[in-house]
Every structure is written in structure tokens, then in C-alpha cells.
Ligand binder design. Structure first.
Ligand code: TRP
Length: 452
């Protein structure tokens, strides 16, 4: 067991948790789904869900980690054993830890694309949309070895920091990258404020047009608020196992929620300003960052290459700090339960996701795409959608229910003191009733059982 000995510093914990939350979800995904679903109304639903469901579950995960002070499996087992009817089988809930490795199979591939784009931006940017589209589709469809190379490079970088452990690896990486990321994002924000299209961008994000809000948009907003706060796989549980004792969990959760939301909004403001400034449409889909943005950067002239590299570096930093939080929970579990050294645990967990990641790469290729598809869908998409729409929300419900019903109310005293009576009551109600029902609703709707 190593989790009891190694502790974050107070800021180390905040940076690492912000690092986990702020990821590709904020800078790549949030702007493009906001674009697809029409802006303001979508953003408002997203903000409300973060406030009323996301933050509650974030506090619950932090509490569970601090309570169990171990990996997620051991924590759930301990909570099960404390029940009057003793249920050690609750440990199986801890296997949500492996959701992280499933996410990593494609997350690492996307970080690989970002590395490739940094390299390619240094060598010159595409000048037309069709050129950019060709570059992206050639990379995904034809250049399997290039992708494997950058996926491997991303993996080795991530594993290097996970192998360093909480203090020497993860805390150090986050203490360096998170402030850098903040500086780059603020810089980009200030630059885009000088462009005339900033006003339109602001309007697009913050003036809700209700008729654009479909029920699908509503559900995507709820689902995304889970992904973006790193909920539902034990990442927060695992980091919170190593918090310094005196830390205020509620304040930490609010800080993380605040930074995560602000970075997503800043990324949105910056990207839409650039898009509107250069006459592009906001509804470009997943290729927004990889197809539209390079063209826009090249239209900016000289300064474009610099901004492009800064933007892509911010994206890479955000991705890396999230990736370590996706791998660490499984590594800590293997160390604790199988008595493995950190090095061996890191290598073996890394190998598993790296290998499946190669299948994900092949599933997008023109030559092998069909072989690596299931039910006519590329493995890449299957990995992404099962985690996003099934495993994370399901685990989120369990986290809410365990905190709300399996933990005795007296043990929640720490939170009650931190929050004060009124806010505690609101939180407790959210964890026991609102959050589970809201998420269940979301899942039933996704699977077509009910229609909103
Ligand atoms: N929150 C990260 C993002 O927005 C991704 C992430 C990191 C994550 N750890 C997680 C998602 C745990 C779900 C669960 O990109």
C-alpha cells in the first residue's frame, strides 16, 4: 500500500484535480458540441447541470477518496464491510476504475494526433479547407504508422509521469503544465478580445436561443458535464485518497468546477471568435480543431504559426494531465491488490490500453476499417460511446447512491461542517434523489426507452 504515505500538497492536489478535469473535453469537445447544438441555450443547460448535478457528485467522489484513503476497489470494499449487513462484494463497484483504461485507448490516440499537428504546424499550415480536410483524412485513413508512432510517444510520456507516482510524477507534471495552460489560454483570450468578431462569439455562447435546444442537445449537455469533471471512474476518488488531511473538500470541488468551466468557456470564446472572424461556420463537428483551426491560423499570416503552436500545446497539456488521471487509478489498484511494483503496474496497464488503442487506429483506416468494426461501427467509436453514454453515467449513479445511502450521516460530518446546514441539506438531497434520477433519465433516454 503506498497511498497512505504519499500525499499531495494543498496546491498540488488542486492542480492535479484541475489537470484531470481540464482536458480534451474542454478545449476540443466543448466548443464543437456547442457549435453543433447551436450555442447559448446548450451552454446554459451545461452550466446548470454542472452546478446542480456535477458539483454534487464531484464532492461525493472527493469525500469517498478521502474517506477510504486507498484505491477505489479497496474503498468500496471497506464501505461495504462497514454496513450492518456486511457487503464486501461492494468492491466490484470499484472496477469502474477500468473505465479509465477504456477511455485511454482513444484519448491517447487523439493526444497523438495533437503531437502530429504540432509537428506539422511547425512545417507549415494548410491554406484552404480542402487541403486541411485532406491532411486530416490522410492521417486518419492512410497513415497508420504515423499514428502508431505518435500514440506510442504519447503513451510513453504519460507512463513516465504515472511511474513517478503521486509526488514525483503526477504532482510535478501538473504544477508545471496547469499554470502554463492557464497563461496560454488567458493570452489567447486577450488576443481574441482585440478582434472585431469577439462580440459575436460572446453572443453566440451567452444569449440562449431556446428554439435551438432539442432534447438531444439537452442530453449531450448533461453527459458532457460528467466527462468534463472526470466523474464516474474513480479518478477523483484516487487523487482524493492522497489529499492532505486539513483540506476543505467542498472548497476544492468548487475550485475545480470553477476552473473547469472557465477554461471551457474561454476555449469556446477563443475558437468562435477565430471562426466568426474568418467566416467559418460553428457547426463543423469533431474536426473543428483539426480541420477549421489550422486554416484559420494560416489566414492570420505570420503570427498564425505561433498562435497555432501555442493553441495545440495548450491542447496537449490539457490532454496529458487528464491522461495521467485516467491511468493512475488502475495502476494504484494493481499495486495495492497484487503487490506489484509501481513500475510493473504502470507498464502492464499502459500496455493494455496502448494495444487496444492500435485497434482503434486501425478501425479508422480505409484498409482495415471493416475488420476492426463491430456491428458496422469502428471500434474507436464503440470505445468512445460506451464509456461516455453508458459506463460513466452508470458509475456516477453508484457513486451518488453509495455516498447517499451506504455512508452513515454522522460520517459526513466533515462535509456538513464545511458547507453549513443549508447547503449540506441541498447537497444531500441532490446526491440521494436529484442526481441519480437525473442521470437515470438521461440514460433511459439515450437508449430510447423514454422520449423527452
Ligand atoms: N475530464 C477530462 C476531459 O475533459 C477527461 C477525463 C479525465 C475523464 N479523467 C476522467 C473523464 C475520468 C471521465 C472520467 O477531457
Amino acid at each position: 500500500m503506498e497511498s497512505r504515505k504519499t500525499r499531495f500538497t494543498r496546491w498540488g492536489f488542486i492542480f492535479a484535480t484541475v489537470g484531470s478535469a481540464v482536458g480534451l473535453g474542454n478545449i476540443w469537445k466543448f466548443p464543437y458540441i456547442t457549435g453543433e447544438y447551436g450555442g447559448g441555450a446548450f451552454v446554459l443547460v451545461y452550466l446548470l447541470t454542472i452546478m446542480f448535478v456535477g458539483i454534487s457528485i464531484l464532492i461525493a467522489e472527493m469525500f469517498l477518496g478521502n474517506y477510504g484513503k486507498s484505491d477505489a476497489v479497496s474503498t468500496f470494499e471497506m464501505i461495504g464491510n462497514e454496513l450492518p449487513e456486511k457487503k464486501p462484494s461492494m468492491r466490484y463497484l470499484g472496477f469502474m476504475t477500468f473505465n479509465g483504461l477504456i477511455i485511454m485507448t482513444f484519448y491517447s490516440v487523439v493526444i497523438g494526433w495533437i503531437f502530429y499537428y504540432i509537428y506539422s504546424a511547425i512545417n507549415g499550415l494548410p491554406t484552404t479547407v480542402s487541403e486541411a480536410e485532406t491532411e486530416f483524412s490522410t492521417l486518419i485513413g492512410e497513415n497508420i504508422w504515423t499514428q502508431i508512432f505518435f500514440h506510442t510517444f504519447a503513451t510513453l510520456t504519460i507512463l513516465h509521469f504515472v511511474n513517478g507516482g503521486i509526488k514525483k510524477g503526477i504532482e510535478k507534471l501538473n504544477n508545471l503544465l496547469i499554470p502554463s495552460l492557464l497563461v496560454i489560454m488567458v493570452g489567447l483570450l486577450i488576443y481574441s478580445m482585440t478582434l472585431p468578431a469577439f462580440g459575436d462569439s460572446f453572443k453566440f455562447l451567452f444569449y440562449p436561443e431556446w428554439d435551438k435546444l432539442s432534447s438531444e442537445a439537452f442530453i449531450r449537455a448533461v453527459g458532457h458535464s460528467f466527462f468534463t469533471l472526470s466523474l464516474g471512474m474513480g479518478a477523483i476518488i484516487t487523487y482524493s485518497a492522497s489529499v492532505p488531511n486539513s483540506i476543505n473538500l467542498t472548497k476544492s470541488a468548487l475550485t475545480v468546477g470553477f476552473f473547469d468551466t472557465v477554461i471551457a468557456l474561454v476555449a469556446g470564446l477563443v475558437i468562435f471568435t477565430f471562426l466568426f472572424q474568418y467566416g467559418e461556420e460553428p457547426s463543423k463537428g469533431a474536426g473543428l480543431v483539426f480541420i477549421s483551426m489550422p486554416v484559420i491560423f494560416s489566414q492570420m499570416g505570420e503570427i498564425g504559426s505561433v498562435i497555432s503552436v501555442l493553441f495545440l500545446s495548450a491542447l496537449a497539456m490539457a490532454g496529458l494531465t487528464s491522461a495521467v488521471s485516467l491511468v493512475e487509478p488502475a495502476v494504484l489498484y494493481v499495486i495495492n491488490r497484487f503487490n506489484m511494483s509501481r513500475f510493473r503496474a504502470t507498464i502492464s496497464m499502459g500496455f493494455v490500453y496502448w494495444l487496444i488503442g492500435i485497434f482503434a487506429i486501425l478501425s479508422y483506416s480505409t484498409t482495415y476499417g471493416e475488420t476492426f468494426s463491430l456491428f458496422g461501427k469502428p471500434i474507436f467509436d464503440i470505445l468512445e460511446t460506451t464509456t461516455d453514454s453508458l459506463l460513466l453515467p452508470l458509475s456516477g449513479i453508484f457513486i451518488a447512491l453509495v455516498t447517499g445511502y451506504a455512508i452513515r450521516k454522522v460520517d459526513l460530518k466533515k462535509l456538513q461542517i464545511e458547507m453549513g446546514d443549508v447547503m449540506f441539506r441541498v447537497w444531500y438531497f441532490s446526491i440521494r434523489v436529484i442526481s441519480p434520477i437525473a442521470v437515470l433519465f438521461l440514460m433511459l433516454n439515450l437508449f430510447g426507452v423514454i422520449e423527452l
